[in-house]
Design a binder for this molecule. Structure first.
Ligand code: KIV
Length: 252
């Protein structure tokens, strides 16, 4: 079944949960799509997971676009969402629109994601026909402003700020919102309060959907967050395979 933004809303209404993964290339997009992953996020986590940067801050739109094109062409059914990188949408609604149009026209992705309560930008993109996914709680593009990788919304004030941001993002027209590194109780409360689906990462099991960075999920990255469950040991398997290959070639 082809997944569209409306499908996710319907799944929420029907009480059905859905799984999402990041993807940055054509092969993993095909594999995850065929396995029934509902949303493939071309995350700006490509900055660290693929390009070897320390965090998501340095990656540019020009660098994101080929990843988006590769994933969009590999996915038949999954909804493919392109992350708008840091600095590509914050300045104004005009900047967000220019970035959003490039993201859609040059990749074939069906939606974009942006971080924080940028409601003017979300509303302008939605008005222009570009579906938007929000992202609140720990927002990796603000890692320096947030003083590192920390759970957000632990106290009453912080929790109510995140709930208000989610309501504003929904009001602005977003079709879903990622909740990253917030307490499970807060994620469940937000999920009950919103009509649009929530997608959790390090936010407990009460969200409508879950997302993992694929290189963490597959055990490829050595710097995975502790909340991220490993479903295989790809790094170990690849190392063994490469070592066997080296040995076989050396022994003719
Ligand atoms: O870029 C990314 O991988 C993300 C996920 C953490 C949701 O934004």
């Amino acid at each position: 079944m082809k997944i569209r933004t409306g499908t996710l809303k319907q799944l929420k209404q029907d009480g059905q949960k859905f799984a999402c993964l990041t993807s940055y290339d054509n092969q993993t997009a095909q594999i995850f799509d065929q396995a029934g992953i509902a949303v493939l996020l071309v995350g700006d986590s490509a900055s660290n997971a693929v390009l070897g940067n320390r965090d998501t801050v340095p990656i540019t739109l020009d660098e994101m676009i080929p990843f988006g094109r590769a994933v969009a062409s590999g996915a038949k059914n999954a909804l493919v969402v392109l992350d708008l990188p840091f600095g590509s949408y914050e300045i104004s609604t005009e900047q967000a629109l220019e970035t959003g149009f490039r993201a859609m026209k040059e990749t074939g992705c069906a939606a974009v994601k942006l971080e924080g309560d940028k409601t003017a930008q979300i509303a302008a993109l939605v008005e222009a026909g570009i579906p938007v996914m929000g992202h609140v709680g720990f927002t990796p593009q603000s890692v320096h402003a947030l003083s590192g990788y920390k759970v957000q919304g632990r106290d009453k004030e912080g929790a109510s700020k995140i709930l208000d941001e989610c309501l504003a993002i929904q009001q602005a027209g977003a079709f879903a919102v990622v909740l990253e590194m917030v307490p499970a109780s807060l994620a469940s409360e937000i999920t009950r309060a919103l009509e649009i689906p929530t997608i959790g990462i390090g936010a407990g099991n009460g969200c409508d959907g879950q997302i993992l960075v694929w290189t963490d999920f597959a055990g490829l990255d050595t710097r995975s967050p502790s909340f991220s469950k490993k479903y295989l040991n790809l790094r170990e398997d690849l190392s063994k395979a490469a070592a066997s290959y080296v040995a076989e070639v050396k022994s003719s």
